[in-house]
Design a protein around this ligand. Structure first.
Ligand code: CP
Length: 316
């Protein structure tokens, strides 16, 4: 297995099965600090730089919280408009990163351009974490999701997933790559204009994922263990910011998971949603035994603690 020390976390495409389990083992070891709201000094002499060119609540703050839990330091920006990349100069990723690498020991970047963190990694001498790039990938979110599933179901192999939403979404790409490393059957449901591209289907087929595209959620809801959701009413992820203007429309019934629909689900099926949500996941579902998205959000801190400890060489 490749060492994580000094490594960029850009995509799950090349992640091997044993690498997932290594991250989950380290997550288990560090979880008590997050659970007990305690900080340690594992990364006391390290600094994380956050470069967020697109809005975020969970991903940026979970990385920051993780760094604080490990006794490290954080600096960065959450609005590129306040940097030279967002004003008259439109400073390039190369020039920006050639500065940021002097300010800390690891860089976590969210960007509206697909591949921007990969470009940053070309120029940075410190590890770069992809916190979401356009419609590309969101590897740390999906590591969190798999860890949550492992904790809740006790295994990853032998499970069936129902993926509902916009298949252009970066989480859908990362989870699809991840599923190829486990014995997982996947059903995908999306509006036709948001379906998996032929190119991507070719990729996951070549990686031996056992998957089927279905038209209606009801075709699979009764046999799946994990319901993995994203909105279909969403912003344009290729923009630095997409403000809501006027009526954004409602989610068609076929892409919603309601309490009523859940009557047809397996007793122990769990729902994950990376959040934020629109109306595809009504708030009364929060009170059902199926909801796991709050624990998923909490695990976001735990898994980022593990990743930071590993790439900064504090754990092997
Ligand atoms: N899950 C997630 O990526 O949320 P944020 O956009 O708030 O970071």
């Amino acid at each position: 297995m490749r060492s994580f020390n000094g490594r960029d976390i850009l995509s799950l495409k090349e992640f091997g099965r044993e690498e997932y389990f290594r991250i989950f083992e380290v997550s288990d070891r560090l979880a008590p600090f997050a659970r007990d709201r305690q900080n340690t000094d594992l990364l006391a002499h390290k600094t994380l730089v956050t470069a967020f060119y697109q809005p975020s609540t969970r991903t940026r703050l979970a990385h920051e919280a993780a760094m604080h839990r490990l006794g490290g330091h954080v600096l960065g920006f959450s609005d590129a408009k306040m940097t030279r990349a967002g004003d008259f100069y439109q400073e390039s990723i190369k020039d920006t990163v050639r500065m940021l690498e002097f300010y800390g020991d690891a860089l976590v970047m969210r960007h509206f351009q697909q591949g921007a963190p990969h470009e940053a990694a070309r120029w940075a001498s410190i590890p770069v974490i992809n916190a979401g790039d356009g419609w590309g990938e969101h590897p740390t979110q999906v590591l969190t999701d798999l860890y949550t599933i492992l904790k809740e179901k006790g295994r990853l192999d032998g499970l069936k997933f129902l993926l509902i939403g916009d298949m252009r979404m970066r989480t859908m790409h990362s989870i699809s790559y991840a599923m190829t490393q486990f014995d997982i059957d996947a059903f995908y449901v999306s509006p036709p204009e948001m379906s998996l591209t032929d190119e991507f289907k070719g990729e996951i087929t070549a990686l031996n994922l056992n998957f089927r595209e279905i038209e209606h959620v009801e075709e699979a809801i009764g046999e799946v263990d994990v319901i993995y959701m994203e909105p279909v009413v969403q912003p344009d992820y290729t923009k630095s910011r997409d403000e809501r203007s006027g009526d954004v429309g409602m989610t068609p019934a076929n892409y919603k998971v309601t309490k009523d629909l859940l009557r047809k689900a397996k007793q122990d099926a769990i729902i994950l949603h990376s959040l934020p949500r629109m109306d595809e996941l009504p708030m009364d579902v929060d009170d059902t035994r199926h909801a796991r998205y709050w624990i998923e959000a909490y695990n976001g801190v735990v898994v980022r603690m593990a990743l930071l400890a590993l790439i900064l060489g504090a754990m092997e």
